[in-house]
Design a protein. Structure first.
Ligand SMILES: [Zn+2]
Length: 306
């Protein structure tokens, strides 16, 4: 029974992954995800239902369109497998519970947003706003149990405390998390704009952070922002470093002295840093899912270490 459920959850995830691929392609282009049926973006050939099987179709067609033979992005396969694994992971972490459903919905939204951001640098409202609403609704059935749930009940009289449902505390935690996440990112975006004169983060990131806050509550939201900034900066620095090293090698190959090569390569690296656009949504999304699964353990460990 256990393994049957695991296989079923995985297969269920694969199907949702298939739908997520449609969302990633169509939502940033402002198209409907319901109609028309999927078609090849190169030749417009309609994809018949029997070729719409997750994973299998891609493998059978060897990643090419059946009529024009143009390659189909491996992203389709990757998203389906990741969504399958996500659903399986939620089931094994939480069992068949509402918490598992909440985790699967959050992961589904984040996967979609991370891949859309990486491909198009857009975080469509059609994903972030319904996601934010879902996060708030979920707080009414799965307790967020964060700061508001611990602090507010202590401030009301014991008689009233018994009459107020935990759902209200949980809802406050969700709203508080959304507000903290959104305003933090809004502040960072404003600072970034002022410091570099280019818009590094858009309102898409602010809405994404509101979504994450609504699902995670305040503490894990702050952890997410911290972890995403750290990994994002490391990624940015290593990109600039890679540009620098590559340029040094290329300039030296032309027989320039190494001091001169280093100086000119440094100039290129600084240009790269100037124009580098970090897909911050990718890091926020990834770290949010990790925080949801393991954040409380990390915080516990951190408090103990202090
Ligand atoms: Zn085609």
């Amino acid at each position: 029974m256990e393994s049957f459920l695991a296989v079923a959850t995985f297969a269920f995830g694969l199907c949702w992954g298939s739908f997520l691929n449609v969302c990633i392609y169509r939502l940033p282009r402002g198209k409907s995800v319901v109609a028309p049926r999927s078609a090849c973006p190169h030749c417009g050939d309609m994809i018949p239902l029997y070729h719409n099987l997750p994973v299998l179709s891609w493998l059978i067609l060897r990643g090419k369109c059946r009529s024009c033979k143009q390659p189909i992005s491996p992203r389709y396969l990757v998203i389906e497998l990741l969504t399958g694994l996500l659903f399986l992971g939620c089931y094994s972490h939480f069992g068949l519970t509402l918490a598992a459903l909440k985790c699967a919905v959050l992961g589904f939204l984040l996967l979609g947003l991370v891949f859309t951001d990486a491909e198009t640098k857009l975080l469509p409202d059609a994903m972030t706003l319904p996601g934010l609403a879902l996060g708030i609704l979920f707080s009414l059935v799965v307790p967020v149990n964060d700061l508001a749930s611990r602090i507010i009940p202590g401030m009301v009289s014991p008689a009233m405390r018994g009459e107020i449902s935990w759902r209200w505390w949980s809802l406050s935690d969700s709203l508080l998390g959304a507000a903290v996440g959104a305003s933090f990112l809004y502040g960072v975006a404003a600072l970034y704009l002022r410091a570099r004169g280019v818009e590094g983060m858009g309102f898409g990131d602010v809405k994404l952070m509101a979504l994450i806050g609504a699902f995670l509550g305040t503490k894990l939201t702050v952890l997410t922002i911290f972890a995403a900034s750290l990994t994002g900066s490391l990624f940015g620095l290593s990109t600039v470093l890679a540009v620098w090293i590559k340029r040094i090698r290329r300039i030296q190959a032309r027989g320039t002295t190494s001091t001169d090569a280093r100086r000119r390569a440094w100039h290129s690296a600084r240009l790269a840093l100037r124009y580098y656009e970090m897909p911050f949504g990718v890091f926020l999304g990834g770290m949010a899912l990790l925080s949801f699964l393991f954040g409380n353990q990390v915080l516990h460990w951190y408090w103990r270490a202090l």
